[in-house]
Write a protein that binds this ligand. Sequence first.
Ligand SMILES: [Zn+2]
Length: 97
Amino acid sequence: MKPVATLITLEEITKLASRSNLRLGKAIAEDGKFEIEKSNPYVNMVKISQKSSQARTVRVESTSKGLRWKCTCNSRKDLFCQHCVALGLHIISNENN
Ligand SMILES: [Zn+2]
């Protein structure tokens, strides 16, 4: 399996997320608080808190079938929500540091 960081790219995030989730996710990446619950090359799970909204736990994982994601803000397994975007951007910025 490929590490999550090689699957998560800005291009991929832009493709997976809706325009509004992309915009909201960027805002969260800038001023949200990220508490890491699990972090290894294949699984990233963080609790994201923001001043004005409920904390959410989001997980992205590299599987044999590619990238998988899950967030407590919804139960749709195909929805790449704003928190997924935020975590993705967070992973990308950590990679570049
Ligand atoms: Zn979410």
